[in-house]
Design a protein around this ligand. Sequence first.
Ligand SMILES: [Zn+2]
Length: 99
Amino acid sequence: MPRRCTVCDHPERRGIDETLVTGAPYRSVAKRFGLSESAVYRHKTEHLPARLLKAREVEEAARADDLLEQVRHLQGYAGATARFRKRAQHKNRRQGVAQ
Ligand SMILES: [Zn+2]
């Protein structure tokens, strides 16, 4: 059973991660949150990258959803435009207007 990470278990883990991401030195982070430097170092090198990657994936998934929504919207718009054009052509034909 691997030892639990005191940083991951820390109630202010989010704040610690955010501080580490800004490039703050381990020593000051450790001191500020009452952790050992080695725990902060281990967390930053072994746990933080995975967390950041996950956060990025979530962000990208959200962005992909937005994009999909936009595409659906555009497709709906294109469909309506095509129907309108078809109707207009039909009307013009009946009135003998050259296409
Ligand atoms: Zn950790």
